[in-house]
Design a binder for this molecule. Structure first.
Ligand code: GNR
Ligand code: NI
Length: 169
């Protein structure tokens, strides 16, 4: 397993729409392992393959306290969504940026596991936020896309400033 490097905004590859996985082989298992390792190394709660420049519909998440409840979803689809919640989101592709985003409170998701077995999970609260955030990445969408143009430009200026400071520090 390896820690992969994570694409950062405004890398245009983050806008790629990922294609479904058709072959559930050892190579897919390797990718899922690398995604877990990369997510844990970065202290993230989720990671989409898109973020490591692999454009297949694969995501991982682990929102547990002890970081021992990994979930890998392949070809995820939302079957049902209910309610709404506002949650302060961050993204490993936008280091240091946080913003409130409104999403469904509960989602029912159908996906496959790493062995190709179908699974249906119902999640709510923070884990539902995370899965919706990761599924957006697979469609080339990022959390700042939900913000008003004014809020987005303010945040992106802040990101720019942080980067310039980091470069001269
Ligand atoms: O690590 C992450 N934290 C997070 C916090 C609130 C809402 C969503 C997330 S996902 C993010 C990791 C990431 O960028 N996944 O794509
Ligand atoms: Ni993200």
């Amino acid at each position: 397993m390896s820690v992969l490097s994570i694409l950062e905004f405004p890398d245009p590859r983050l806008r790629t729409r990922a294609t479904p996985v058709t072959v559930f082989d050892a190579k897919l298992g390797q990718l899922v392992g690398d995604l877990y390792e990369t997510m844990y190394a970065a202290n993230g709660v989720g990671l989409a393959a898109t973020q490591v420049n692999v454009h297949q519909r694969v995501l991982v998440a682990d929102m547990s306290e002890d970081r021992k409840q990994p979930l890998a979803l392949i070809n995820p689809e939302i079957l049902e969504r209910n309610g709404s919640q506002v949650y302060q989101e961050g993204c490993l592709s936008f280091p240091g940026l946080y913003a409130d985003v409104t999403r469904a409170l509960r989602v029912k998701v159908r996906a496959r596991d790493v062995d190709g077995k179908e699974l249906v999970v119902e999640v709510e609260g923070p884990l539902a936020v995370c899965i919706q955030h990761e599924m957006d990445h697979l469609d080339g969408k990022v959390f700042v896309d939900y913000l008003s143009p004014l809020k987005r430009s303010l945040l992106l200026k802040r990101l720019d400033k942080q980067r310039k400071q980091a470069a001269t520090a």
